[in-house]
Design a protein around this ligand. Structure first.
Ligand SMILES: *Cc1c(COP(=O)(O)O)cnc(C)c1O
Length: 422
């Protein structure tokens, strides 16, 4: 790979200016690594817990200890982590179906949830498929203001009118595929303090995807009853082969566990089939890997933003981050596709293939995805994707190592420079 002098200069300018920000990211990584290691120590993690189980998986010590470690790291009363949860969407589905009953309301207070939840909620897809709506669960939504803050008046209106039926108050921490701001843990804590007295019996559920370990605390530390995420994002550290987790209050996690397996069986079953070690190792790496991804995102913002190739970017290169996603708003299908081609070409795996837009299950528009990852679809590994719709935003995320992330970003910049003749 050869990069133009202009791009090489941009990268070195970026790194000089980003040095203090990178130092702060390292501090967060240190705090979170210590939290993980303290939990390993507290729960006496030894190589015996890596032993696989099969069949029912009764008395799987590795599984039980990992759940306890995970709960500690997330400042939660309880947690479960399973390699058998296929993705973040399934983990969210387990959590929502675990808590919601016919006649209840799910109230999303941070705008529209992630695209793949539309069919789960019943806001799209065929009636009769078994969505929450099919089971008599209603849905309400309050949008965020354009500056990313909560619309407290709109939230209060719904809670005043129907608060007795609201069982889940749902907050998506990360922007996902929307042009909005990602919420900080502080902002989540503040809004929980606001809604709690208005609706004391509801569970506050946070879609925590992409947020883990970007800050020193998770939403469970500021009052969330349940947080949910995917192991092929931040908390799997690039090591977990697949999986998802739920952490939260003892009762909320117990209810979710009955949806994970069955009412009664809960967390007492579930063979680990030899996947335990990679989940422990992933958690061990996760704070560091997340830091690598954050640094890669800052670099991307600098290179694609106003100091570099001139796109609108969110967040800006010098803004504090609460997730690992970097949006680059390209305003053209060509721009979006060029970024994805460049990321793919700058990946360790499948660097020779060319990504094309496709109809991905669960998404309403065509999506283009660049992913040259060791683990299929892993987005803690450097990846870029975006739906083919206005304003053609590329969502970049991940980077197992800053060095490889940097190569990927420079490759994307080179492809954009060439394709758009910038
Ligand atoms: C990734 C993600 C999900 C879940 O997506 P999967 O592809 O099913 O893992 C949900 N919410 C947000 C905000 C996400 O980023």
């Amino acid at each position: 790979m050869e990069f133009s002098d202009r791009i090489m200069k941009l990268a070195s300018d970026a790194e000089r200016e980003l040095a203090p920000i990178f130092a702060d990211i390292d501090k967060v990584s240190f705090v979170n690594t210590k939290k993980v290691m303290d939990a390993f120590k507290e729960h006496r993690v030894s190589d015996a817990v890596f032993a696989p189980t099969s069949g029912y998986g009764y008395d799987d010590r590795g599984r039980e200890v990992l759940d306890a470690v995970w709960a500690d790291v997330m400042d939660a009363e309880a947690a479960f982590v399973r390699h058998s949860i296929v993705n973040g969407t399934q983990a969210l589905t387990i959590g929502l179906f675990g808590l919601l009953r016919p006649g209840d309301i799910m109230f999303s207070i941070a705008g529209k949830p992630y695209d793949t939840l539309d069919e789960v909620i019943g806001n799209s897809g065929e009636a009769g498929n078994g969505s929450l709506r099919d089971f008599g669960v209603d849905y309400r939504q309050a949008d965020l203001f354009s500056d990313g803050s909560f619309d407290k008046e709109a939230i209060k209106r719904v809670l005043d009118a129907e608060g007795d039926r609201v069982k889940v108050i749902f907050i998506q921490r990360s922007k996902g595929y929307l042009n909005r701001k990602t919420l900080s843990v502080d902002a989540i804590g503040e809004i929980i303090a606001f809604v709690r007295p208005l609706c004391p019996n509801a569970y506050v559920v946070v879609d925590n995807c992409y947020g883990e370990f970007t800050e020193e605390r998770e939403p469970t530390a500021v009052g969330a009853d349940m947080i949910i995420g995917s192991l092929i994002k931040n908390p799997g550290g690039g090591m977990a082969e697949s999986g998802g987790y739920i952490a939260g209050t003892a009762r909320a996690v117990e209810l979710a566990s009955y949806r994970l397996t069955s009412v009664g069986c809960g967390l007492e079953v579930g063979a680990t089939l030899g996947q335990t070690k990679s989940m422990y190792k992933g958690l061990f790496y996760a704070p560091h890997t997340t830091a690598q991804a954050l640094k890669t995102a800052h670099l991307a913002a600098y290179i694609f933003g106003s100091r570099g190739l001139g796109f609108d970017v969110e967040p800006e290169w010098n803004e504090k981050r609460y997730d690992i996603i970097q949006s680059v708003i390209t305003h053209s299908p060509e721009g979006l596709c060029a970024i994805c081609r460049g990321i793919q070409a700058g990946s360790p795996i499948d660097s020779f293939v060319t990504p094309e837009p496709w109809e991905m299950p669960g998404y309403s528009d065509k999506v283009i995805m660049a992913a040259g990852a060791f683990t299929q679809g892993s987005s803690i590994e450097l990846s870029a994707d975006g739906p083919l719709r206005e304003p053609y935003t590329a969502y970049l995320q991940g980077g197992l190592t800053y060095e490889s992330g940097r190569i990927g970003i420079l490759s994307a910049a080179a492809e954009v420079e060439k394709s758009l003749e910038l």
